[in-house]
Ligand binder design. Structure first.
Ligand code: NI
Length: 224
């Protein structure tokens, strides 16, 4: 399974020739100027919540690729002209045959760019290629994360670490302990001044908990 980082909280997971793209935000990211969204191939687009830095490029990519969009009911209503949209909500799971997803609690807000209500902010537990990846979305540290290992053994967690709008690295390291994973890829940092972080301090916070933190360069891939 390959993980590819497009910057901010946008990344893809590819297994068995199917690509899942998460929270597409590229054209607005000052650090992702080298990426052309027309070059991105995907079969599914998963959206954790309605904020512009998670959905900006979803419509353009979905229209070009015909990818199935998976998101909250409220965001699905906002995107209803797209055609292939699958609404979900916190606590629900679904087998898309290429992978399974369970929507889990995230402590965050979810207003859409025009002020519409976006429903609950969510995280996703993705079961694909005999592995489980916890895609936390934007979230604070929450005791609800302790439920996650009761549903699945988490092979890798994709956690926000930028502070200000989400967990910082110290809280994210505690989240990794709660979800019982030893492997974390950090997202949602450095994009804007509010969330610039010290990479060495972030890595040290995870080392203290004996968890590996990977910080990828934009457009870099790693295997999970
Ligand atoms: Ni957000």
């Amino acid at each position: 399974m390959t993980f590819h980082y497009y910057g901010h909280s946008c990344y893809s997971i590819t297994a068995y020739g199917k690509t899942l793209l998460f929270d597409p935000y590229i054209t607005g990211n000052p650090l992702a100027g080298d990426i052309n969204i027309d070059d991105i191939a995907c079969d599914y687009i998963l959206i954790t919540h309605g904020h512009v830095d998670h959905i900006l490029d979803a419509e353009a990519i979905a229209k070009r690729t015909n990818a199935k969009v998976i998101c909250s009911w409220e965001i699905s209503e906002w995107f209803k002209d797209l055609g292939d949209v699958h609404p979900m909500n916190t606590g629900g799971s679904y087998d898309f045959s290429d992978f399974k997803v369970k929507c889990v609690h995230a402590v965050h807000s979810s207003g859409l760019p025009d002020g519409s209500y976006g429903g609950n902010a969510m995280g996703f537990l993705i079961n694909i290629d005999h592995k489980t990846v916890y895609c936390a979305g934007d979230t604070a540290l929450t005791m609800d994360m302790q439920l996650i290992p009761s549903w699945a053994k988490v092979d890798c967690a994709i956690l926000p670490i930028g502070n200000n709008f989400t967990m910082d690295a110290k809280d994210a390291a505690r989240a990794a302990v709660m979800v019982e994973t030893k492997k974390v890829i950090g997202v949602h940092y450095d994009t804007f001044g509010y969330i610039e972080i010290n990479h060495e301090e972030a890595k040290a916070a995870f080392e203290e908990k004996n968890v590996e933190l990977k910080l990828l360069k934009i457009n870099e891939s790693t295997s999970i």
